[in-house]
Design a protein around this ligand. Sequence first.
Ligand code: SF4
Length: 343
Amino acid sequence: MKQNIRSLKFSDFEKIIEKIEEPRYRARQIYRWLWKKNVRSFHEMKNISKRCREYLINNFTITHAKISTQIKSKDGTIKFLFCLDDGSKCEGVLIPEKNRVTACISSQVGCSFACKFCATGSMKRKRNIMSYEIFDQVSLMMDKSFKEYNMGITNIVYMGMGEPLVNYQNVVDSINYLTSKEALNMSSKRITVSTVGVSKMIKKLADEKLKVNLAVSLHSANNLKRSEIMDINNSNDLGKLKDSLIYFYNKTKIKITYEYVLLNDFNDNIKDAQELIQFSKIVPSKINLIEFNNVENSKFKKSTNKKTIEFISILKKENIVVNLRRSRGEDVDAACGQLANKI
Ligand code: SF4
């Protein structure tokens, strides 16, 4: 059976080239065709010798994810359903704003974490998404972004389906493809990896020197409450999370972003705000407050406007940097926590 050439590392290309006795620079040429030009067939690799191309054709395949369906919200947000090689499906979202377009991408098909406020959590985890399939989500949405908004993707967030840090190597490899000069050449400052707080892996990410931003789905700074809505808190409590964030900041000097979805009468009172203030002062950080988006069969409701405003003013009095993320794409189930392959 032929192997998918996009699953190989650069060092694997070098070994192949040595084996078939082609000049060493061929490895880089092939890498560029695959990751910069994003070719669909070996025949397109014009500067590769016929002999080398034939070897590749006989031993490898090139496959790409495809867009299965897309649906546009009245606010311009577009939700995509991607079809992967084995027929698995995952979702991505393009979110246009004034001077930027953010692509939200998935790292797993389904998710095993079952956070109570998230639609993806109600789906079982089927499999990890391979690095090249993560890359494909970006490249497919990049084309759409130019067509729809006359500009390319400016920011990437790993906040779609799945927990990126438990599909660690594929996520790291995909970041390397996105940021490599030989591939998409995006700035790592424009990439954010979001996690529920897998402490061990946060430390590992800090050691990578990737310089990507880290967002933590916090949602409560109280251990009992957080455990109620996020299973991860039973094994990785706030104490462990705190240690890993100190480690991350000391290594990278990158501010942490906390994601905090405001749930009516659950985590939106004065005491919740005070606990959040304490936690957010551990290392330099900012807070994104997120409006809860309706999820079928959820017991949670969106905070009232009054409580949201009060919550923000308590944080601001303590000089906390806080942004309120208004819901985007809610009408097409493309908003935060709504991705569950429903298109
Ligand atoms: S919030 Fe993230 S980790 Fe939690 S269930 Fe949803 S996709 Fe999984």
